[in-house]
Design a protein around this ligand. Sequence first.
Ligand SMILES: [Zn+2]
Length: 460
Amino acid sequence: MKNVLIAVAAVGLLIPAVSAQRPQAPQAAPAPSLRALADDVSEESLRTMVEGLVSFGTRHTLSSRNDPERGIGAALAWTEAEFGRFSRECGDCLEVIRTGDTVTGQRIPEPTLVENVVAIQRGTREPGRVVIITGHIDSRVTDVMNATAEAPGANDDGSGTAAVIEAARVLSKHRFPATIVYAALSGEEQGLVGARILADHARAQGWQVVANLNNDIIGNSCGSDGTCDAGHVRVFSEGLRWQGGDALRPLVRGQGGENDSPSRNLSRFLDRLAGDLSLGLDVRQIWRNDRFGRGGDHSEFLNAGFPAVRLSVAVENYNWQHQDLRTEGGVEYGDTIDKMDFPYLRRVTALNVAALAALARAPMPPVPTVEGAVSPDTTLAWEAVPNAAAYIVRWRRTDAANWHESVRVPGSQTSHVLRGIRVDDWVFGVSSVSADGYESPVASAVPGGAFRPYTPPAQQ
Ligand SMILES: [Zn+2]
């Protein structure tokens, strides 16, 4: 989406934050624009990180945890050291932890400690509000149980893990109102195990998760059939909210909302952001939860009720993922680093970095409700959102892909009447805007549209 440039987003890009908005760091320099943050993402740095990850031979979840040079244990320690290095450079601004559990499952026959390495950059003003970037550090070959063969996992998912580490490098130099969590997850190939562990941790900590940006296979641009596309990144999002299940269905039937889960609005947010920033990368919104019949770590965040999307390359190369390293009939198989497109990986990482910063600077999206049945007017209402200086009421035709009508109202207002707009014929949503101009994703005024786990009315 390139044609819809929203004025408020441009304001967000152009007007730097003033130090008064960050009372805990009154001496701080003005916050850099999203574009400047995106520009700090380095192709060389990403290449070095993927080389580092590949150097462990295999990062299979069931590989050695004790070998200092080969296997998942060494890879986790290396990632931890990278986060630690950035943290020292920012005055210990990152809390580096491991979240883990001893797990047995269909693809984990013996009880095995599955661990994630997680760096937490606490927000200065709303530390309980959290944005999470994830990639999976584990790798595999053809046989998902083979924990010893060479499994470089350069693209799947060295690329996503490198994006996580690079985001920490870039963003740890700055301060944000909300918390940013950088997570290298294990156990994806064994059944999304690490993602489940982190989602449980988020719940146990009471984190108010605004978004999980899950990056899985984001570093190649040509498919096995020779099709290439280095100008798009796919963003997968669920339309009907999964969490909420049967309790939501009758409400959605009655009021609509099949295309308005918070994850879908997160997808729209990323699409607009990529266009506004002119990163040389357009978002191709894919309106399904993941690739056909396949899955990824973001689903575990969705299961926990947290908005989540998967970012992935425009064109997958099936010869270069989940394959034993070999050449057959002149065709090379295997996920090796020479197949990667690092300028492309830089652009996808830049989009992630800008999105994390934008989400961490914007207030929480509101929780709007809409009324107007058998009336020519429609009324939106919402609770005041902490640190919101304004709200933007948005609406669109029910068959329109993106928001196309809007009105801005001051932060003192928590309702708005749209005269002559009939509730039956449109979808409505509200976003919140910070004093320095950062707009949150739109939360749709539909059942399950809020950026928080859905609770049936009886339990609220
Ligand atoms: Zn993967």
